[in-house]
Ligand binder design. Structure first.
Ligand code: ZN
Length: 167
């Protein structure tokens, strides 16, 4: 496994709509393994392929590894099949936008469908922090970032923090 450099905002790859993964071959499995290693090394709980510079519909996630055993999961071609009508606000961070915490409102559960690294299709309802992380990572595959979703009251403060990264 190889650590991959994490792409930082405002790199344009973070704004691209990523392409579906046509075949989960050895190269894709190896990429997913690298992304898991890179996520742990960066002390993150999720990492999407555009964040390592590849515009592909793939992310990895492990929400509980800091509190318990590691349980990395790989999501190829993920999609949201249903979402809660109820919204919840959480603080989100992004490995590509260091030191810019954002308050983001999202559905408090989502039903997600995806294919894992063995080619098995899954459907699972995510709640709590897993719901937040899964939606944050899926947004990356559509060129959307948590800074796009900040509450109006926080927008000016976020803009000032981003100026530092943009120059
Ligand atoms: Zn992110």
């Amino acid at each position: 496994m190889t650590l991959r450099p994490i792409v930082l905002y405002p790199d344009p790859v973070l704004r691209r709509v990523a392409l579906p993964v046509a075949e989960i071959d050895a190269g894709m499995k190896s990429l997913a393994a690298d992304m898991i290693e890179t996520m742990y090394h960066a002390k993150g709980r999720g990492l999407a392929a555009p964040q390592v510079g590849l515009s592909l519909r793939l992310f990895v996630m492990d929400c509980g590894w800091k509190e318990g055993p590691k349980n990395p999961r790989v999501f190829f071609n993920p999609e949201i099949l249903a979402a809660s009508p109820n919204l919840a606000t959480n603080t989100e961070g992004c490995l590509s936008i260091p030191d810019v915490p954002t308050q983001v409102e999202r559905p408090d559960w989502v039903l997600m469908g995806w294919t894992d690294e063995a080619g098995t299709r899954h459907e699972e309802r995510f709640t709590g922090f897993e719901a937040v992380a899964a939606q944050h990572e899926l947004d990356h595959l559509n060129g959307r970032l948590c800074i796009d979703l900040v509450a109006p009251a926080q927008r000016e403060a976020t803009r000032l923090l981003l100026e530092r990264l943009e120059t």
